[in-house]
Design a protein around this ligand. Structure first.
Ligand SMILES: Cc1cc2nc3c(=O)[nH]c(=O)nc-3n(C[C@H](O)[C@H](O)[C@H](O)COP(=O)(O)OP(=O)(O)OC[C@H]3O[C@@H](n4cnc5c(N)ncnc54)[C@H](O)[C@@H]3O)c2cc1C
Length: 446
């Protein structure tokens, strides 16, 4: 394979994994980000830490629209839309609801998500081991908890999708759950343990370690913001960054929620939206958990990690620029006080940190990975929504395969940017996403 100059735009988990995999192929890699790798600006910093093989269920579902008014009216609910942002969010929300309008579509999205996730724990462990931080990856399983088995059965479609995708689990009755997680409130009487799931003890630190390792392997890091591309027709000449050109042969757009304008510069109108999320992290929580936990009645991941008990969730539509609404993070903390009676009742403010970040989300719940329409030298690698930490590792490998023009590690058809162009949008709504019916794509297809 010919070694070329590759600029990776964005040093979150996706950019870091792309850089490492490109280096493995002998390319000359520049990693471009105006902010520190894995820093607080990145979704990769403050997420829920889950490396979940079972997150094959999209956020969208049939009849979801009926539940939206109640969520919006509930001050403790999981969803918020800033009224001033509603007109901008509406087209995305419409596409989002349509993407999951039938059970067949939800199953098709599940089928497309599974290849991104199925071996996420082992892929991350391998990357972390290379970078000397294997201790940050814990393969302890992920535990979903419910007040009763009836509440579990009420999530029928979600668990049917998981079963169809080969996710295996163990059901825990009230006694088994109590023995496994004595810190949980007694109202939880049923649990589902996905043993193959894993979590990361410090996602921001993990990304920083991957980037440091990439630098040690020869990557050049440039602290600047990409603004666009210099081209000769369809061939890439350089990435434009803060008033100067960085000459290169190939580029990867991995700028998370900030990727939309860069994609447009190379011909693709991608309906990328920020689904803003929050975390509250309680330092020294004084409780022990054997697993990372997801309670059915307070949708947020609860993960003991290096900084304490991290509670991550919420979806807020308010764009990239609006100030955080810290009440959304306080909701997560207050849920935790009800879920874990052993938490100190008088949590001092300095013991709890709040954070807001931008999930880079596409309406069909799948990332955008593949060559740009007007300049195939540029590869898109963004839009990983709720599962970007987990799916970042295989995205790096897939992007490297596209750069190398070799058979890809997984079929990229469901993730191609072309699914958003009118001519092929029928594919995205046909219930066939992920069945491999699309074309195989070559990164060098010019
Ligand atoms: C509350 C919350 C909980 C979550 N929980 C989980 C979870 O448990 N498991 C999971 O798998 N996923 C989870 N996610 C999703 C996951 O965090 C994201 O999908 C993932 O981090 C996206 O990674 P990224 O590298 O694409 O983007 P980011 O991590 O956002 O990184 C993008 C980088 O691009 C840089 N950048 C921006 N613009 C430019 C530019 N013009 N030029 C150069 N660089 C630029 C930014 O500075 C940033 O460093 C969660 C997200 C949130 C918000």
């Amino acid at each position: 394979m010919t070694a070329v100059r590759v600029v990776v735009i964005g040093a979150g988990i996706v950019g870091a994994a792309c850089a490492l995999e490109a280096l493995r192929d002998g390319h000359h890699v520049t990693l471009l980000d105006p902010a520190p790798p894995g820093g607080e600006q990145a979704a990769s910093y403050g997420n829920g830490c889950w490396l979940s093989t079972s997150s094959v269920v999209p956020m969208t579902a049939p009849g979801l629209w009926r539940r939206v008014p109640a969520w919006l009216a509930d001050p403790l609910g999981p969803l918020a839309i800033r009224p001033s942002y509603l007109p901008r969010a509406l087209p995305w929300l419409w596409r989002f609801l349509r993407a999951g309008a039938t059970e067949a579509r939800v199953h098709a999205i599940g089928a497309a998500l599974r290849p991104l996730l199925v071996d996420a724990p082992s892929r991350h462990l391998a990357l972390a081991t290379e970078a000397g931080v294997a201790h940050l990856i814990r393969r302890d399983g992920l535990l979903y908890v419910f007040p009763s088995r009836q509440d579990f059965l009420a999530e029928r479609l979600a668990w049917e999708v998981r079963r169809a995708q080969g996710v295996r689990w163990i059901e825990l009755d009230a006694d088994a759950l109590r023995q496994s997680e004595p810190a949980l409130d007694r109202r939880y009487r049923f649990g589902v343990l996905v043993e193959e799931g894993a979590h990361c003890l410090d996602p921001g630190g993990y990304v920083a370690a991957l980037v440091a390792y990439a630098e040690a392997q020869g990557a050049r890091r440039v602290t600047a913001r990409a603004n666009g591309f210099a081209r000769d027709g369809r061939r890439l000449r350089a990435v434009r960054a803060d008033g100067r050109d960085i000459p290169c042969d190939r580029a990867v757009i991995a700028a998370g929620a900030w990727s939309k304008l860069l994609a447009r510069d190379v011909g693709d109108r991608i309906p990328l939206e920020t689904e803003r999320g929050y975390h509250a992290t309680i330092a020294d929580p004084g409780i022990a958990l054997r697993h990372a936990i997801m309670p059915s009645d307070a949708p947020m991941s609860n993960t003991l990690m290096n900084a304490g008990l991290r509670l991550a969730g919420q979806v807020e539509f308010a764009g990239l620029r609006a100030a955080p609404n810290w009440r959304r993070a306080a909701i997560l903390r207050d849920h935790a006080l009800r879920i874990y009676p052993g938490l100190p009742r008088d949590l001092a403010a300095e013991r709890v940190t709040f954070w807001m970040g931008h999930r880079p989300s596409l309406p069909d719940g799948l990332p955008c990975i593949g060559p740009a329409r007007d300049c195939p030298d540029v590869i898109h690698a963004f839009g990983h929504g709720h599962i970007g930490l987990a799916s970042g590792a295989i995205t790096g490998r897939l992007v490297a395969d596209l750069l190398a023009d070799r058979p890809p590690v997984i079929d990229p058809a469901p993730y191609l940017p072309a699914r958003f162009s009118p001519a092929v949008s029928a594919f995205a709504h046909s219930g066939r996403a992920g069945d491999g019916a699309g074309t195989r794509v070559s990164g060098n297809a010019r």
